[in-house]
Write a protein that binds this ligand. Structure first.
Ligand SMILES: [Fe+2]
Length: 595
């Protein structure tokens, strides 16, 4: 995985003088990348007096100044580095719609402490002052023209499906689609609209700086209409992608998505990682602090002054999130700057027997706000006979036993403003992220636990589950805080039914009588926690046989949980039944129009 390689993102940049030599060589192969390219090989030779800190930095576009590298690799990763020659292999790089260039720099150990710049772990970053060699350009075949980063999402109507993809220009593009197996002459074609954003619309560093900014290309958005649930469809946007079955019904990723935090290319990397899944399975998101928070964010009540602390979004102020995704509904919130309004904040849809609601914990959710009105109105109009279960999702948790006390006021506000709606309108389950852990609470009503079992009939308040264990780094959530004896967060409170620090994901399965949520550990693929909630309305007293209902293609889930290593929060919401029908509109193949 790219994220595991010795890639570090720089934090500052300005041009530095290079020191090219006539003897040192640097070559990178292949010079032309394709979607099937699995790795890139870097070779160098004739480097005199090598140092263990000498490194190769990666650039795109080639006009980038020396300090604006995307990442770097120390040459000492090669066993022969001390001879002044060697090779390194990189996993494939994302298609950034512009060529790559590699530059070899010397970094004498005596200069290690001269550079004041450090990465997020406090380690020194290269200062790029001694350039020894430059590679030729490495380009993607058809870069810019070829649609990339395909991902699906539910649209506003049940018989529609939206596909988004990225190109390097805003020329005419369309989406062609039709029933699988039918002649393509019978397919329909719809135009795709292009959107983008500019560097000047970023709100802070590094998003608005040369070190973080790269043009995002143009995000195309096409809506396929008139679809019949229960049928298999294919579509083409001129790109290829793997074929998958129809499970899960959709994927839910509840904020802190790519962790780009102002480094634009990481968004491209993320969308390439999820494309094998997201081009065949709708991918739904809500906003997290790392897509949004910046110092001048418009809603920052006094209690949140230290919660919305301004740096988490890396200056993106929600713009890439708003353009790169397009969720149902038309929610928006002004940025208060020159940046476009923030979108994809709150929305809902039905999938089979479940009504799903998404909120933004970063924008106003208090009584009287647009978001509050939406949530209230939405919950008031749920058809409980059609969707006996309601799953509510947002980024910052309403309940956690984490020692992250900084967000305490936020949680209290959420409980004050939103929990009464959850209780009144029978929300079954509330899923949250933000805390890098899995933690399941019992059904909660104003800090009171209504049932301590892991299998129960819905008691009138939602079970809360934090599912922030997708793969972001370690967070010492459960360690005691001896300096906070008044905060009862440790040891595990009675209302916390299960909590664990392992990476993993969750899977949700719902039938008319029962909803089951499973936590699956990445390390072994096994179910480590499970809760089943029987419908209050439709429970017939005959519990379903869970084992017979579990999907067998678990490799699909394991694949994507491993591929989204940059994500903080990944909650999988899967079901056998989809949008108001027993069977899904299925997406089983995406063909390459160009081959
Ligand atoms: Fe977060």
């Amino acid at each position: 995985m790219l994220a595991k390689v010795a890639f570090l993102v720089v934090l500052a940049g300005h041009r530095a003088a290079g020191e090219p030599t006539s003897t040192t060589t640097l070559t990178v192969t292949p010079a032309t990348l394709t979607k099937s390219t699995q790795s890139i090989t870097i070779r160098w030779s004739n480097l005199p007096s090598p140092s263990p800190l000498d490194y190769v930095a990666v650039y795109s576009p080639p006009t980038s100044s020396d300090l604006d590298y995307l990442g770097f690799l120390f040459l000492n990763a090669s066993v022969s580095w001390a001879t002044g020659a060697g090779s390194l292999r990189l996993p494939r790089l994302p298609d950034l719609r512009a060529p790559y260039q590699f530059r070899l720099f010397r970094w004498p150990p005596g200069e290690l402490s001269k550079n004041p710049r450090v990465d997020q772990d406090g380690d020194p970053l290269p200062d790029a002052t001694h350039r020894a060699a430059v590679s030729g350009n490495v380009s993607y075949e058809g870069a810019g023209a070829r649609p990339t980063q395909l991902h699906l999402a539910f649209a506003d109507e049940v018989n529609q499906m939206r596909v988004l993809f990225v190109c390097g220009d805003d020329g005419r593009r369309s989406v062609r689609y039709g029933l699988a197996g039918r002649s393509e002459e019978e397919w329909k074609e719809v135009p795709a609209e292009a959107r983008t954003y500019e560097q000047g619309q970023m709100c802070g560093y590094p998003a608005n700086d040369s070190v973080g900014w790269r043009h995002p290309g143009f995000v195309f958005d096409g809506v396929m209409k008139g679809l019949n649930p229960g049928r298999n469809y294919s579509y083409k946007v001129g790109s290829d992608s793997g074929a998958l079955g129809a499970r899960p019904a959709f994927i839910s990723h509840i904020g802190d998505i790519s962790y780009a935090r102002g480094n634009s290319w990481l968004w491209d990397n993320f969308f390439e990682q999820i494309e094998p899944i997201a081009s065949n399975t709708p991918y739904h998101v809500c906003i997290g602090n790392h897509e949004y928070d910046w110092p001048l964010q418009p809603w920052k009540p006094s209690w949140a002054a230290n919660i919305y602390n301004g740096k988490d979004g890396g200056g993106e102020c929600g713009v890439p999130y708003s353009i790169k995704f397009r969720m149902p509904g038309n929610s928006s919130f002004p940025t208060g700057t020159g940046a476009p309004d923030t979108q994809n904040l709150y929305y809902s849809f039905d999938v089979g027997v479940v009504h799903f609601v998404y909120m933004s914990t970063e924008t106003d959710f208090s009584h009287g706000s647009d978001q509050y009105k939406f949530i209230k109105d939405d919950l008031e109009h749920v058809n409980h006979s059609r969707t006996p279960f309601i799953v509510f999702q947002g980024h910052r948790p309403m309940y956690t036993s984490s020692n992250e006390v900084k967000d305490t006021a936020h949680r209290e506000q959420m409980i004050q403003h939103l929990e009464p709606l959850f209780v009144k309108h029978n929300v079954t389950l509330a899923l949250w992220g933000h805390i890098h852990r899995y933690e399941r609470f019992c059904p909660m009503k104003n800090y009171q636990c209504l049932n301590t079992s892991s299998s129960f009939v819905y008691p009138g308040a939602p079970a809360h589950i934090v599912v922030g264990m997708a793969g972001q780094d370690y967070q010492p959530s459960w360690e005691p805080r001896h300096d906070h004896p008044d905060v009862p967060i440790f040891p595990q409170p009675e209302r916390s039914m299960y909590r664990v620090g392992e990476f993993g994901y969750t899977k949700l399965v719902a039938t008319r009588n029962k909803m089951t949520l499973m936590y699956i550990g990445d390390h072994d693929g096994q179910v480590h926690d499970m809760v089943e909630i029987f419908s209050q309305v439709h429970n017939n007293g005959a519990p379903d046989k869970l084992a017979g209902e579990m999907p067998q293609n678990t490799s699909l889930y394991i694949l994507i949980a491993g591929s989204v290593m940059l994500a903080l929060l990944l909650g999988f919401v899967a079901g056998f039944v989809v949008r108001r029908k027993r069977d899904s509109t299925r997406w089983t193949s995406v063909n390459n129009e160009e081959s």
